[in-house]
Design a protein around this ligand. Structure first.
Ligand code: HAM
Length: 425
């Protein structure tokens, strides 16, 4: 019995039509990010398991339930990366980038892996485009990153993207808040769903994030804003003022706590109403203590990552697929010797700088087929012009150029071919 292979649950193929939208998103992000001074970094898709446990917090859902963990042949415990920040922080420390850069701005594009329950907009392998900014503790850095993220979605035309921000305070003021929150959650314990009850003990802030109880708790739970110390309050007020001065519309949400442990102070999320339940397009925040905690220098940092699949889904609602492009010029041949000449011509045309500049693509190489079948292929590719080589053409140093639309054809000298293709009508 033959096995029918399919993409593994939670993974998907990016077919050529979607790949062109992906390339467009990548190109817009790359151009924008480089104008903001970000340079690309590429880190491995797997790292030591401990790196993620230390960076993301061992009680977070991602680390506890969603990582692809495996042992290699040397019995090293490894994990496929569930996100990009941990690896970038490791690389920043390992390569001493703080010594060569007064500040360091990095971006990345790559696949991430989380063993979540797949649903619309939630995959087990998904792509992120992320940015990390090391070495600037000032609120201007928060505002700069948010202006960049916001601009990206504006350039893409995703106008309904809604920005929510909050501040999680710092290691000085947050513990007092956490204590008040735990007291409050304990007073509500009997009304909480099972998952939320567990969160009270493991990661109380995440109880606010709970899909079931979160909205109800928000109104009654203590607001972290009451617990910020003077510096945290100042920082957040300045970020908000800078955003307003840059024309960035935002909403403060006391419920926005984020699912990873490394955040401090500013956190944010961008969501879109065109997505379903998984409506977060992008998210991030400040993580001022992480670099030091991971064994590096005491350097503040912040960043974000956007979900490529979700962004492409929102993009599809506002940007139609790329318009159909003209098919390639098709090269056909009849007979063995003409086939050899046709192959040389095919290569020559593909490598021609003038044709490349004019965006002319050239296809062919099916010379063992009958001429009718080759023309049929050209037709399916939506080619307008077909170059035909037979024995007579080779003998006379000419080619036949067939206009597939009009059905007409002409005989032209080899030397005239490229100028003629550049002037094709
Ligand atoms: P995150 O919120 O876990 O943050 O993920 C960022 C974005 O990745 C989400 O907003 C969503 O668009 C997308 N995403 C997450 N999980 C999935 C999934 N299973 N399927 C499809 N898309 C998904 C981080 O990963 C942080 N590293 C962001 C960051 C960078 N913070 C500071 N620097």
């Amino acid at each position: 019995m033959s096995t029918k292979f399919q993409a593994v649950r939670g993974t998907k193929d990016i077919l050529p039509a979607d790949a062109s939208q992906f390339q467009y998103l990548e190109a817009v992000a790359l151009s924008l990010f480089s104008r903001f001074g970000f340079e690309e970094i590429r880190t491995p898709t797997f790292e030591s398991l401990e790196l993620f446990q230390r960076a993301m917090g061992s009680t977070t859902d991602v680390v506890q339930k969603e990582m692809y963990v495996f042992e290699d042949r040397g019995e090293r415990k490894l994990a496929l990366r569930p996100e990009g920040t941990a690896g970038v922080v490791r690389a920043f420390i390992e390569h001493h980038l703080s010594q060569t850069h007064p500040f360091c701005k990095l971006f990345y594009i790559g696949p991430m892996f989380r063993a979540e329950r797949p649903q619309a907009g939630r995959y087990r392998e998904f792509w992120q485009i992320g940015a990390e900014y090391f070495g600037n503790a000032a609120p201007t850095a928060d505002a700069e990153v948010l202006v960049m993220l916001r601009t990206l979605y504006q350039v893409l035309g995703i106008k309904d993207a809604k920005l929510k921000i909050n501040s999680l305070g710092c290691s000085t003021c947050r513990p007092t808040y956490t204590k008040a929150l735990i007291d409050f959650l304990n007073s509500q314990r009997s009304e909480l769903d099972e998952d939320c009850q567990k969160r009270v003990d493991t990661n109380p802030l995440r109880a606010l994030d709970c899909k079931v109880d979160g909205p109800r708790l928000e109104a009654k739970a203590p607001d972290i804003a009451r617990f910020w110390d003077a510096e945290c309050k100042d920082h957040f007020e300045t970020v908000k003022a800078l955003l307003t001065s840059a024309g960035v519309v935002y909403e403060r949400s006391s419920r926005l706590v984020r699912g990873l442990d490394y955040y401090s102070r500013t956190v944010f999320e961008l969501s879109s109403s065109v997505l379903g339940a998984q409506n977060a397009l992008a998210a991030g925040g400040r993580y001022d203590r992480l670099v030091k905690e991971m064994g590096g220098p005491d350097i503040p940092a912040l960043g974000f990552a956007l979900g490529v699949e979700r962004t492409l889904q929102a993009l599809a609602a506002v940007r139609p697929q790329a318009p159909e492009v003209e098919g390639p010029v098709f090269v056909a041949a009849m007979g063995d010797q003409p086939a050899a000449e046709a192959f040389k011509l095919l290569t020559l045309l593909r490598l021609s700088p003038e044709l490349a500049k004019a965006g002319v693509r050239v296809e062919g190489g099916f010379f063992e087929k009958k001429l009718g079948a080759q023309l049929g292929m050209a037709d399916r590719l939506k080619s307008k012009l077909c170059i035909i080589l037979g024995e007579d053409e080779v003998k006379n140093g000419k080619v036949t150029l067939k206009n597939l639309g009009a059905g007409s054809q002409e005989s032209i000298l080899n030397a005239e071919l490229i100028p003629r293709l550049l002037n094709r009508s």
